[in-house]
Design a protein around this ligand. Sequence first.
Ligand code: ZN
Length: 321
Amino acid sequence: MSNSKTAKADIDVLVSEVGPRDGLQSVKRTMPTTAKLDWIAALADAGLREIEVGSFVSPKLLPQMADCADVVAGARPIDGLTVLALVPNLKGAERAFAAGVDKVTMPVSASRAHSKSNINMTPEQAVEQVAAVCRLRAERPDYRHIEVEAGVATAFGCTMEGAVSEDWVMQLAGMLVKAGADSVCLSDTTGYANPAQIKRMFKRLHAEIGDKCGGAHLHNTRGQGLANVVAALDAGVMTFDSSQGGLGGCPYAPGATGNIVTEDLVFLLESMGLRTGIDLDKLIGARSKVLAGLPGETLYGNVADAGLPKGFQYASGGRPA
Ligand code: ZN
């Protein structure tokens, strides 16, 4: 379903690494720029083709992301990598486009309370920002290749509002496509989703917006992360966000910690016969780069702890090149 330039024929599922953004923004300490770039290079070397390298938000709000333009500049030369950054509004997109990103992702919260606290806008105002960013892209020939993704945050429930209307989420997705977004993802920002809900909503999303249907951004807060991945696969989702070592969460949704773990996600997909293009040994090796930049940080993940099973076979039959 992804229309990302990186979703090439040699892979079945695109794994989009969000650790350097979603992960690092929830850690109080700031990883030095050179350490971020070492980590990103190691992830790309392991076969990751899309990495969310940071967030163009106010450095006052998230000092950990203050070097985002430098990180984008440093990641750009990496061959075959889609350099993705989060932008909350037009101002952020102006900075991201000038820095040379390939793609931006814009969070639009379905929950009004979360939207207010996360980006200080109503959902409707956030949709208007997506439209403004798409207009900015159309204005300049050197910006036209940049992909604009919208992510519906708190799509499966909100720590502040509780249940979120599925009809409203679908309506919002339609509004985002109308605003010019290339794809619309659904995010379980709070870790509330269950597999039945995931399957139902992604099927509905596909019926609603067709090939603009984007990926799934899932958290493992209540242990449902990988079960939700399998449910999303059943609904035809082909792009998943995840974070190395499960780093991250959402600082504005209290208690909503823990992206799904990239290492475990890749193992799941490859075991199920779905090619990711990612080398698990190299991926597990990249954990040392997180620890080099953030000494003593806690990393999660079962596959890194247990190791690969004896005789493990990649979906392609051989090791990813
Ligand atoms: Zn997240």
